[in-house]
Design a binder for this molecule. Structure first.
Ligand code: NAD
Length: 342
C-alpha cells in the first residue's frame, strides 16, 4: 500500500479536535501547500487546521472539514458487492445517514450506476471502485483508493457473496472452491486491509471505534440441504468474525456478522430469468408447485413472521451494530424467526 495511504488516516484524526469529521484527499501536486513537514514530525500537527499539507516524499493532502449533521456525517464506509441486492440497499442506507460510501463491485457498470444514484438521492459524495474480492491486490487497491480519496475508513461491510447449490453428487470442486473464495477467503482479505487503516486511526485517537460487518446468512447458523458449499462458507465466516473480534478488540474495531433470512424480493430470488424462484420451479424442488408464486409462498410459509427478509431489516441490524459500543464477535439473526439462537 502506498505510504500516502498510511499518512492520510493520521492527518484525518490530527486535524482540529481530532474527531475525524474531515476529508483528507491525496494529491501528487504539492503546490500551494500551507506547510511542508517530514513524516516523522506529523504529531506536531495535532490540532492543525491547515487546508493543504505537504508531507516530504509522499505528496500533498487537501483537508476539508465535514459540516454535515447526520449520525454518520464524515464517516467513510466501504460496502463490497453493492452494485445490487442487499449491498446496494446497505450502501444507500449508510449514505442516507451521512457517510461517504464506496460502492465496490466486480460489476463496474453496476457499481458506477449505483454510486451515482446513491450520491444523487442522498447528496453525499460516493465513489465506485472495481474490486474482485477474491484477489488480494484488488482488495488492497480498494482500501488504498478509498483512503487516498476520503482520508480513512470507519465502516467496512463485507457483503459480496455468491451461492452455488447442489448435492454431493452434483457439486464440482471448481464450484465449491469459487464459493469458498468469495464468501470465506475474501472476508479474510477484506478484514486484513480494512483493519490496517482502522488501527492507524485508533493510534492517533484512542477514543474512536470502527466496524467490520460481515453479511452472513441464516445458513451460517444451521445447515442447508444440498447447499453445503454456501452453508460451510457462512459457518466459517462466523468463526472468522469471532476470531477477528478477539484480535481487533484492543484496537477499538468491533467485528460482527448479520445473518439475514431469504431476501425473496432481491434479484437472487426474483430475477425473472436466473432467479431462484424460476430455477426451483424448473427443477421441481418444491413439491406440487406450478408457478413461481407457488414457490415463493412455500418459502414465505417457512418464516414465522410470514415474509422474506428485506434490506431495511438488515439495515436496522447494521444501525444497532454501529451504535453499540459494547458488543463484538456476534452473529445477529434477521430471519423473521426462521432461525432462533440456542
Ligand atoms: N439473497 C438472499 O436471500 C440472502 C440471504 C442471506 C444472506 N445473503 C447474503 O447477502 C449478501 C448479498 O447477497 P445478495 O442476494 O444481495 O446478492 P446479489 O447476487 O444480488 O449481489 C451480489 C453482488 O456481489 C457482487 N460480487 C459477486 N462476486 C464478487 C466478487 N468476487 N468481488 C466483488 N463483487 C462480487 C455481484 O456483482 C453483485 O453485485 C451475500 O453475502 C449473501 O450470501 C443473501
Amino acid at each position: 500500500m502506498k505510504n500516502a495511504a498510511k499518512i492520510a488516516p493520521k492527518l484525518r484524526f490530527l486535524y482540529g479536535n481530532g474527531d475525524g469529521k474531515v476529508t483528507v484527499r491525496y494529491t501528487p501536486d504539492t503546490e500551494d501547500s500551507a506547510i511542508t513537514i517530514a513524516e516523522e514530525d506529523l504529531q506536531t500537527l495535532k490540532g492543525l487546521t491547515f487546508k493543504k499539507v505537504c508531507v516530504k516524499g509522499a505528496g500533498a493532502f487537501v483537508i476539508a472539514p465535514c459540516d454535515g449533521e447526520k449520525p454518520l456525517s464524515g464517516k467513510v464506509a466501504i460496502v463490497t458487492g453493492s452494485a445490487q441486492g442487499f449491498g446496494f440497499g446497505i450502501a444507500d442506507y449508510l449514505a442516507s445517514k451521512g457517510a461517504y460510501v464506496v460502492v465496490a463491485d466486480m460489476n463496474s457498470d453496476g457499481a458506477r450506476n449505483a454510486a451515482e444514484a446513491i450520491c444523487k438521492k442522498n447528496s453525499v459524495e460516493t465513489l465506485a471502485v472495481f474490486c474482485d474480492v477474491t484477489k488480494e491486490e484488488s482488495v488492497e487497491g480498494l482500501v488504498e483508493t478509498t483512503v487516498l480519496r476520503f482520508g480513512g475508513l470507519d465502516i467496512f461491510v463485507n457483503n459480496a457473496g455468491i451461492v452455488r447449490a447442489g448435492s454431493l453428487d452434483e457439486m464440482t470442486l471448481k464450484a465449491f472452491t469459487l464459493v469458498e473464495n468469495v464468501n470465506y477467503n475474501a472476508y479474510f482479505l477484506c478484514a486484513k486491509y480494512a483493519s490496517q487503516i482502522m488501527k492507524i486511526q485508533r493510534e492517533v485517537n484512542p477514543d474512536i471505534m470502527f466496524d467490520i460487518i460481515e453479511i452472513n446468512s441464516k445458513s451460517g447458523l444451521e445447515g442447508s440441504n444440498k447447499n453445503f458449499a454456501y452453508a460451510g462458507s457462512k459457518f466459517g465466516g462466523i468463526g472468522l468474525t469471532q476470531s477477528f473480534a478477539l484480535e481487533l478488540a484492543p484496537y477499538g474495531i468491533k467485528v460482527n456478522a448479520i445473518c439475514p433470512g431469504n431476501f425473496l424480493d432481491g434479484p437472487l430470488w426474483s430475477d425473472p430469468e436466473k432467479g431462484l424462484f424460476v430455477l426451483y420451479l424448473k427443477a421441481g424442488k418444491v413439491p406440487g408447485a406450478k408457478t413461481v408464486d407457488d414457490v415463493r409462498r412455500y418459502y414465505e410459509a417457512k418464516v414465522p413472521l410470514g415474509r422474506g427478509c428485506r434490506t431495511e431489516d438488515v439495515c436496522l441490524a447494521i444501525s444497532y451494530i454501529i451504535d453499540q459500543k459494547y458488543e463484538t464477535g456476534q452473529a445477529i439473526p434477521v430471519t423473521g424467526g426462521q432461525v432462533m439462537l440456542k
